[in-house]
Design a protein around this ligand. Structure first.
Ligand code: PLP
Length: 420
C-alpha cells in the first residue's frame, strides 16, 4: 500500500493521461496485457535499453516489449534501414526486394522452414498455420495446451469467449501420457497440435524434451500437423528453441522481434504443406493481406537478423539470461523467500512459490505479491511486466543486470515477511 501510494504520488502526469485515455479507449487501454492497477505509466521515449515516462522517470527496460523489443529502442543499424526505406517510398502494392531476402535469411536460420509466408502479427500467423493444417488434412480438431497463448483469439487460460471457433482439445502442458492418449483417441479427426516449446505468456515454463519428442512421434504416426509456435521462443537459440529441443515441426510460426520493432508475423515449414499457397496452381490456398510484405518491417527485420542478432549474439544474450536467473534464484534462497525464477535463456518468469512448476496449473497467481514486486521495481527504475515476466533486450549491460539483482535483493529484504 505504501509502495502504491508512492507510485501514485510520483506519476501525476501518467495518471491524468490514463484518465483522459479512458474517455476513448475502454479502461484507458488498447492492449489488455499492458494494463495494471492503479494505472500504467505512459511512455514518451525509448533509447537503447532505457524508457522514459511522462513524469520524467527513466527505467531500464527489462520487459523488452514482451520479447519483441529484442534489439532495444534505437539500434543504429535498424534505424538506418528504416530511414532508407522511408526515402524509397512506402507501400508499393507489389513485390519488393526485402521480402525475398528476409524469407531467405529466415529459412537459412530455422532449418525446418523451407517455405514461408509473412503476416502482420503472431496471432495471424497461428490462425493461418491452423487453417493450413485443417485444409490440408481435411480434419477439424486442434489440440492445444492449458495456459498456452497463441494470440488474443487463441488463448487457453480461463474463459476465452473471443477465441477462434475451432473444436479444441485442451491437454495439460508437459503431460506426456495425457497428451499421447488424446492424440490417439482423436487421431481420425485431429488436424493439428499447436505447441509453445516454452509457455511464454503462461509463465515462462519450458517444455521437457520428452514431452516434445512424444508429441512429434505421435503426430507423425497419425498424420497430424505439428505446429510449433516460436513467436516468443525463436530468440532462445540460433535456430529457435526447436533446434535446442531437437524437434522438427511441420509448421513453425514466428512474430515479435523478427520484425525489429514493427508489426510482424510469419508461418512456414514443410515444402509440401506450404506449396499449397502457390497462387499459380489451381485450387491453391489464399493468403492475401495488405501489409504482409510492408517494406519497413521487411527491411528492418532483415538487417536485424543478419547484422544485429547474429548466432554469436544469440548465444551471449541467452547465457546472460541464464546467469541472471541463477543469481536471482540464489538470492531468493539466501533470503529464504518463496520466490523462483523460471524460463530459458533471455526470457524469465518470476513466481511466488517454492513448489515446482511444470504446467500452467502449477502456478500460484499471487496477484498481490506480483503487484508488490512490480511497483517496488518501478520505483527503483526497472520496468518488467506486472505478471513477473522479463525478456532481456540486447543493449542491456551486465552493470544494468547487477543493479537489477541489487534492487530485487532490496525489495526482498524489505518485504521478507510477506514473501516468506
Ligand atoms: N504466440 C505466442 C507464443 C505469443 O507469445 C504471442 C504474443 O504474445 C502470440 C503468439 C501473438 O502474437 P501477436 O501479439 O503478434 O499477435
Amino acid at each position: 500500500a505504501l509502495a502504491e501510494r508512492r507510485y501514485v504520488a510520483g506519476n501525476p502526469r501518467s495518471e491524468r493521461r490514463f484518465r483522459e485515455a479512458g474517455a476513448v479507449l475502454p479502461g484507458g487501454n488498447t492492449r489488455t496485457s499492458l494494463y495494471y492497477a492503479p494505472f500504467p505509466v505512459t511512455f514518451v521515449a525509448g533509447e537503447g535499453q532505457f524508457l522514459t515516462d511522462l513524469d520524467g522517470h527513466r527505467y531500464v527496460d527489462l520487459l523488452g516489449e514482451y520479447s519483441a523489443g529484442l534489439y532495444g529502442h534505437s539500434d543504429p543499424r535498424v534505424l538506418a534501414a528504416v530511414r532508407r526505406v522511408l526515402d524509397e517510398g512506402l507501400s508499393y502494392g507489389g513485390p519488393n526486394n526485402y521480402e525475398v531476402e528476409l524469407a531467405r535469411t529466415i529459412t537459412e536460420r530455422f532449418s525446418s522452414v523451407e517455405l514461408l509466408r509473412f503476416t502482420n502479427s503472431g496471432t495471424e500467423a497461428n490462425l493461418f498455420a491452423i487453417g493450413t493444417a485443417r485444409a490440408v488434412t481435411g480434419r477439424s480438431k486442434v489440440l492445444v495446451f492449458e495456459s498456452g497463448y497463441h494470440g488474443g483469439v487463441l488463448s487457453f487460460r480461463g474463459e476465452a469467449p473471443l477465441n477462434a471457433p475451432y473444436p479444441y482439445l485442451v491437454c495439460d502442458y508437459n503431460d506426456v501420457p495425457g497428451t499421447l492418449a488424446a492424440i490417439q483417441r482423436h487421431r481420425d479427426d485431429l488436424a493439428a497440435v499447436i505447441l509453445e516449446p516454452m509457455l511464454g505468456g503462461g509463465g515462462a515454463v519450458p517444455a521437457t524434451a520428452e514431452f516434445v519428442r512424444t508429441i512429434r512421434e505421435a503426430t507423425a504416426r497419425h498424420g497430424v500437423v505439428l505446429i510449433v509456435d516460436e513467436v516468443m521462443t525463436s530468440r532462445l537459440a540460433p535456430g529457435g528453441l526447436q533446434e535446442r529441443l531437437g524437434v522438427v515441426p511441420d509448421l513453425t510460426t514466428f512474430g515479435k522481434y523478427l520484425g525489429a520493432g514493427f508489426s510482424f508475423g510469419a508461418f512456414g515449414g514443410d515444402r509440401r504443406l506450404m506449396e499449397r499457397f502457390d497462387p499459380s496452381v489451381p485450387g491453391s490456398l489464399s493468403h492475401p493481406g495488405t501489409f504482409n510484405n510492408n517494406t519497413v518491417t521487411m527491411a528492418a527485420g532483415l538487417v536485424g537478423l543478419r547484422e544485429v542478432f547474429t548466432p554469436e549474439a544469440v548465444g551471449e544474450l541467452n547465457a546472460r539470461g541464464d546467469r541472471l536467473r541463477d543469481r536471482l534464484n540464489a538470492l531468493f534462497a539466501e533470503f529464504g523467500v518463496a520466490v523462483q525464477a523460471t524460463g530459458v535463456g533471455s526470457i524469465l518468469g518470476l513466481h511466488f512459490q517454492r513448489s515446482p512448476i511444470v504446467s500452467g496449473r502449477d502456478i500460484d497467481p499471487a496477484p498481490d505479491k506480483r503487484a508488490l514486486l512490480h511497483i517496488e521495481l518501478m520505483l527503483r527504475g526497472f520496468y518488467i511486466a506486472r505478471r513477473g515476466y522479463l525478456a532481456l533486450p540486447l543493449p542491456v549491460t551486465d552493470a544494468d543486470l547487477a543493479s537489477f539483482v541489487d534492487a530485487v535483493g532490496d525489495v526482498v529484504a524489505t518485504h521478507r515477511r510477506v514473501l516468506r
